[in-house]
Design a protein around this ligand. Sequence first.
Ligand SMILES: Cc1ncc(COP(=O)(O)O)c(C=O)c1O
Length: 411
Amino acid sequence: MKNKNSAFASSSELLLDLDALRADTPGCEAVVHFNNAGCGLMARPVLQTMLDHLTLEAAIGGYEASAARAGEVADFYASLAELLGARAGNIAFAASATHAYTKALSAIDFRPGDVILTTRNDFISNQIAFLALRKRHGVRVVHAPDHPDGSGVDVDAMVALMRAHRPRLVAVTHVPTNSGLVQPVAEIGRHCRELDLLYLVDACQSVGQYPIDVEEIGCDLLTATCRKFLRGPRGSGFLYVSDRVLQAGYEPLFIDMHGARWTAPGYYRPVDTAARFEEWEFPYATVLGCAAAVRYALRVGLEPVAQRTPALAGRLREQLAAIPGVRTLDRGPAPAALVTFAIDGWEAEPFKAAMDARSINSALSYREFAQFDFSDKEIEWCLRLSPHYYNTEDEVDAVAGAVAELARSAR
Ligand SMILES: Cc1ncc(COP(=O)(O)O)c(C=O)c1O
């Protein structure tokens, strides 16, 4: 039975108490927030945790405040370990997903001619980082082709490239920023494990939207932010580092006094845990806010979230697809809660401004964000709408109604 007093799902019944969850989310009163792929709305406990910590810092001093909250800080690692099926020692805090990603890349001793095997839908900043490695270290960047049926990367073709090139790194973005595509990261991971290839997964848009199990994915490294579907604060992210990678001695290029011990004037030794990928200075209010957000997600339950969130997006996609002048762009058999579409007769900024004027939060994506994907789709820009479990069916219908009205006005 659903507990009426709780905002959270019981394990036996995948239902969420929407009224309670929305009452817990101050932003729901002001906006129709369909920009969770940009940044989710924080829940009250997350906000309160951060405010309390800043108040404590002001009252007793920053170092003293973090010492007083050491147990809660430790829960950042414990909660994420629980979320991902890892150990606390596999988790490093980072200022963003990109920060985590570049730290991870910096740990790999790339040599000229080494291959990075990736996909045509990997995140823009990851692609730029690969090109920067090509410029500085002469690595080769190989993009696996997409499957002709539109289901994402062609895994067989990717495996053939793994065998042909023996890449130094296989890098896959689980859910890209530019569409609702879900890439088969676990299937790719099985092949990486078989062939003993280093595997880095960008789970920025999937963490908090789906249950994620790093063992099932078979990744060595995984990165994400806490601010999107996990509903944590801005300026936060994390890196998962597998035991295999820790034991093999991977360490970031620049390691500091938190990540290593200076054992003698000419020597340092990296710490044993993923903390070797962190730096000494931390935004503790943010770290505590992240821990609160992860605990909140675990209490809501990732299974009910994974049922409801993409289903809300599916309802929206279906309604948008029926509007004359609108073309929905998401591919794949079971798209995530990132709904992207092109609309005739509008330029990007005025269209988003018209949505803003209706208090509907959305995001624009441009061709630059997705050079391969948007070229294939022959678009220069699209609007992205990304609901989350706390949004309602009524909001979905209202958003589709607003797009329909704007599409009519342009005809
Ligand atoms: C798939 C994906 N990866 C990485 C990032 C980068 O995250 P951050 O802005 O925290 O660096 C984003 C942000 O939108 C993303 O969508």
